[in-house]
Write a protein that binds this ligand. Structure first.
Ligand code: F6P
Length: 343
């Protein structure tokens, strides 16, 4: 009987469990044995895994997070990491591996394939929606809905207290969560990493609103946004194993600046990891399920080195190398639509 491993790496997000469930159900229908590798690449380095059967995946569809656990471990940054991955892949008797993750996890897949571990299929996850070659990653829709709901809630306080509320959302160096939650939540200004922040222009928009009788404003800012003359704001300087800084704090700096320049009472709300939590939306459950089934089909057909992807409403497969070659940033057509409401 062929044996398949599945791992989830990088930041967790809603929809991971639907993928795991779909892989197990489709795989078992075709006589495969499925091993769950715990905590991303860490589990493959440490040979930490569990057997996945129908019982193990029963009831997980609506649950956020991942039953396998995750980590931001990069085997290429660990002493002897690649060799341990190679040895454990063999020891576990894996015929193929399904890696569910974002640019970091799938970037490792692209390297492993070059390093002679070819039987891998990728599944794109991330709330940031920043992976190329797929219209959507699962996890994004749930995060977007959470952020939108929070903006709706913040609107009532902004309006009642006649305040400016700055809402900082996640998304790393892509502004997808900011732009879409800002449009959906009726934000008055949306600031994304793709367009440097012009603080004078932001304050002008807010003042103009006040001049036409509006006594509150909602400003949505992506954590990765930066001032024209500045750089992005980080929580600490340390880089993780994939070379990322921990972003965060732009909202606070922006809020102080807006308050100072406009004289309006300003508050800041940082949504943080709330955006990554909770039960997956129906869209993410369906997308995760479709991606999981398709990933298993690729394994069955021995189409390795591929990532499942959404193109329009079709689930297709693309080269993993192409998917990780460049970040997918916000479409400027969408930004132009958002700008219509900056007034
Ligand atoms: O990539 C998902 C994400 O939530 C980003 O939006 C954010 O910048 C980062 O992960 C936060 O990482 P951590 O969970 O390590 O704080």
């Amino acid at each position: 009987m062929a044996r398949i491993g599945i791992l989830t790496g990088g930041g967790d997000c809603p929809g991971l469990n639907p993928v795991i469930r779909a892989v197990v159900r489709k795989g078992m229908n075709h006589g495969y044995e499925i091993l769950g590798i715990k905590n991303g690449w860490k589990g493959l380095i440490e040979n930490d895994c569990l057997s996945l059967n129908l019982d193990a995946v029963s009831g997980i569809l609506p649950k956020g997070g991942t039953i396998l656990g995750t980590s931001r471990t990069n085997p290429y940054k660990k002493e002897g990491g690649l060799e341990k991955v190679r040895a454990n892949y063999k020891k576990l008797g894996l015929d193929a591996l399904i890696a569910v993750g974002g640019e970091d996890t799938l970037g490792v897949v692209a390297k492993l394939i070059k390093d002679g571990i070819p039987n891998i299929v990728g599944v794109p996850k991330t709330i940031d929606n920043d992976l190329s070659c797929t219209d959507y990653t699962f996890g994004f829709d749930t995060a977007l809905n959470t952020a939108t709901e929070c903006i709706d809630k913040l609107h009532t306080t902004a309006e009642s207290h006649h305040r400016i509320i700055v809402v900082e959302v996640m998304g790393r160096h892509a502004g997808w969560i900011a732009i879409e939650s800002g449009i959906a939540g009726g934000a008055d200004v949306i600031l994304i990493p793709e367009i440097p922040v012009d603080i004078e222009e932001v304050c002008e928009i807010i003042k103009k609103r006040h001049n036409r009788g509006k006594t509150f404003s909602i400003v949505v800012v992506a954590e990765g946004a930066q001032f024209k003359e500045g750089t992005f704001v980080t929580q600490e300087q340390k880089l993780d194993e994939f070379g990322h800084v921990r972003l965060g704090g732009m909202g606070e700096i922006l809020g102080q600046e807006i308050g100072k320049r406009t004289g309006y009472e300003t508050r800041v709300s940082v949504l943080g990891h709330i955006q990554r939590g909770g039960t997956p939306s129906a869209f993410d459950r369906v997308l995760g399920t479709r991606f999981g089934v398709k990933a298993m089909e690729l394994v069955i057909n021995k189409k390795f080195g591929r990532m499942v992807a959404l193109a329009g409403n079709k689930v297709i497969d693309v080269g993993i190398e192409d998917a990780v070659a460049a970040l997918k940033t916000v479409d400027m057509e969408l930004y132009e639509i958002a700008k219509v409401f900056f007034s």
